[in-house]
Design a protein around this ligand. Structure first.
Ligand code: F6R
Length: 262
């Protein structure tokens, strides 16, 4: 596990965009796992800027979204399909045929979950996943007490998550009650994971994930078992970590050895 503490939210986006660009250059057919929400926006925007400036070959890049609300029409402004299209597919110039989002409008939702797992496996698994973290420690929409080995399935959203995400809807009641989310077991199968967090409202969840016991009460704590996980945090999100000085000294030592970046 690596914990990287950067001064500002924009530094988080720039660092992770560089890492993504490097991995795409190395593997133009890379399978990316993408989170929605506010946390990865700076990364997607920095990556889109890089794509403008340099020749980054993206036509073969595949993308799998983590989750989708149940019951929203595909083009609803609050749907994650809409987010992925407007924040990732279009700005990065990805091929829409390579973009996969769980089908929250399916008539058979259980089958849609199985199909999503199958699609990930048919593409050889996810190479690189970007995650955000909920204030309650969720990743994807795996809410507290999720099974640590869960697969893609329907989940009820917690009231805190529905309140946190009300900003994307016309009214708090309009936030769907359920979602389809990749499971914690699905996420743990990814080859490499980067979790980004910015702001003091994430500090408690980040501390529980990085330094707390591994427990279903903080689903992100399962990441402690992942062999290639990097937490990329701004100062505020890192502010509750008790070993901050240690992470910083590791960071400094790595940069002086020339291993400080992707
Ligand atoms: C979104 C997702 C969620 C978010 C989390 C943080 O696809 O899976 O786990 O990453 O709710 O959301 P923001 O970044 O909006 O604070």
């Amino acid at each position: 596990m690596e914990v990287l503490i950067l001064p500002r939210p924009a530094d988080v986006g720039a660092y992770v965009a560089d890492l993504f660009a490097e991995r795409i250059q190395r593997n133009p057919g890379i399978v990316l796992g993408v989170a929605t929400g506010s946390s990865p926006l700076a990364t997607y925007r920095a990556l889109a800027n890089r794509k403008e400036r340099e020749s980054l070959q993206v036509e073969d890049v595949q993308c799998f979204a983590l989750d989708e609300y149940v019951g929203l029409p595909a083009h609803h402004p609050g749907s994650y399909a809409t987010f992925v299209e407007s924040e990732i597919t279009v700005p990065l110039g990805l091929n829409p045929a390579n973009i996969h989002v769980p089908d929250g409008a399916a008539t058979n939702l259980d089958q849609a979950c199985l199909d999503y797992e199958q699609a990930i496996s048919d593409h050889g698994g996810i190479d690189l996943q970007i995650l955000g973290i909920g204030a309650n420690g969720h990743i994807g929409f795996n809410e507290p007490t999720s099974s640590l080995s869960s697969r893609t399935r329907i989940k009820a959203l917690s009231s805190q998550t529905r309140e946190d995400n009300a900003r994307f809807f016309e009214a708090p009641d309009a936030v769907p009650t359920h979602c389809i989310t990749q499971g914690l077991g699905t996420i743990m199968d990814v080859h490499e994971i980067v979790l980004v967090a910015q702001g003091t409202h994430k500090a408690a969840a980040v501390a529980a994930a990085v330094e707390g016991p591994v427990a279903g009460l903080c689903p992100a704590s399962i990441l402690q078992f992942h062999p290639r996980i990097t937490f990329v945090l701004d100062e505020e999100a890192a502010s509750n970590l008790s070993l901050r000085d240690y992470y910083r000294s590791v960071q400094t030592a790595k940069s002086s050895l020339g291993k400080g970046s992707a």
